[in-house]
Design a protein around this ligand. Structure first.
Ligand code: SF4
Length: 367
């Protein structure tokens, strides 16, 4: 009988192992806000349409929509009277809504419903005579918008150091609210300090830091300690992307925030064990998946990387289109239900990512 020579291929240790975090990237609010601008551009013939502030904090998203005919303005006086203006995912104050009304603008509100929830809490507590301590970044558009709901009743707290400067009338009528995209660790430190200073302070009825922020941060805390480096995809003005980078650094793993594949360092500056480097790859809630895919391709093509995806939390949150846009569609004979945003998870294929990913479940939980 003829003997077969069997050769066992001994794979070389991968030089780079990329671990994609799931969840990463677009959240339901960002998906909805971008979709609103795309759908207005699809449904309305007039150009340009105006968007108040960046629709989400990502320069690639803004550039793509600008290419389609959206003009981003930071001042409503730049929008000609009677035109369409979309309010961004971060929300606006009642003063901005009134300004739009006085200029006879058609406002389409793409504010994330989870930001609107914090606005409603601010209105309700102010009506009940509470002073509101709003934990967040003073100049962030979301905090500017939420403060505007009850400006006389609201004081912003950026750090425990601000507590001594607060002007409190009655410490039994105090409530704290928070920005939706804070680091849960940082917010916890400030909230603990507020509770120590004002033991009777009321908490919001439900958590203000949103599910997407919490889940992306949780994935970093789970995966980053097991990696040699973390790459976060996102723009520098994206609060939740910056927080992901800080959390990775806080658990002791080197981390960088990159807006696109061209910002990936080459050669890679990180040290691994036995000639292999494990890199966690994640993305802020406003970063498109095609930027993540481009970085995967670079890792595969340039560094011979293998890809894995670790599922930490399953998300299936979807938000509806705003009522103003639905009415606009109906007037044009378009059924808004036929244009509903559906969350479709694209498979990781070798065409788009450079290699197919092996999914590893690590502490899976439902959002
Ligand atoms: S990060 Fe959270 S609050 Fe912000 S748009 Fe996304 S879901 Fe909404």
């Amino acid at each position: 009988m003829e003997q077969c020579a069997v050769t066992t291929a001994v794979p070389l240790a991968p030089r780079v192992r990329v671990i994609l975090a799931n969840p990463r990237g677009f959240c339901a609010g960002v998906r909805m806000a971008i979709d609103v601008v795309d759908q207005v551009l699809d449904v309305i013939d007039e150009r340009p349409i105006y968007v108040f502030h960046e629709i989400v904090h990502n320069k690639h998203v803004v550039a793509r929509l600008a290419g389609r005919g959206a003009v981003f303005v930071d001042d409503l006086d730049r929008v000609p009277e009677g035109k369409i203006v979309v309010f961004s995912a971060h929300g606006v104050s009642p003063q901005v809504r009134e300004h739009a009304r006085l200029r006879n603008l058609t406002a389409i509100d793409a504010t994330c419903p989870l930001v609107t929830k914090v606005h409603s809490e601010a209105v309700r507590y102010a009506r009940q005579g509470y002073q509101i301590l709003l934990v967040g970044h003073r100049n962030h558009q979301e905090i500017v918008g939420t403060s505007g709901e009850a400006p006389e009743a609201t004081q912003v707290v950026e750090s425990p150091g601000d507590i001594a400067k607060l002007k409190i009338i009655d410490d039994s009528k105090l409530v704290y609210l928070t920005q939706t995209t804070l680091s849960t660790d940082d917010a916890g430190v400030i909230i603990d300090a507020l509770k120590r200073a004002f033991p009777k302070i009321k908490s919001p009825p439900s958590e203000d830091i949103c599910y997407a922020t919490t889940n992306r941060q949780h994935a970093v805390r789970m995966i980053a300690p097991r990696c040699d480096a973390v790459v976060v995809v996102g723009s520098k003005n994206s609060s939740n992307s910056v927080r992901l980078t800080e959390i990775a650094l806080n658990v002791g793993t080197p981390a960088i925030l990159v807006d696109e594949v061209g910002e990936l360092p080459d050669p890679l500056p990180w040290k691994g064990k036995e000639g292999a480097i494990s890199v966690m790859l994640t993305a802020g809630a406003s970063a498109p998946e095609d930027l993540v895919a481009a970085i995967c391709r670079r890792f595969v093509e340039r560094f011979g990387a293998t890809l894995e995806q670790w599922d930490i939390v399953d998300e299936d949150v979807e938000f509806n289109l705003p009522a103003t846009l639905k009415r606009m569609m109906t007037r044009k004979g378009i059924d808004p239900e036929s244009r509903r945003i559906r969350v479709v998870k694209a498979p990781i294929s070798s065409d788009t990512y450079g290699a197919t990913a092996l999914t590893v479940s690590a502490g899976k939980a439902r959002a």
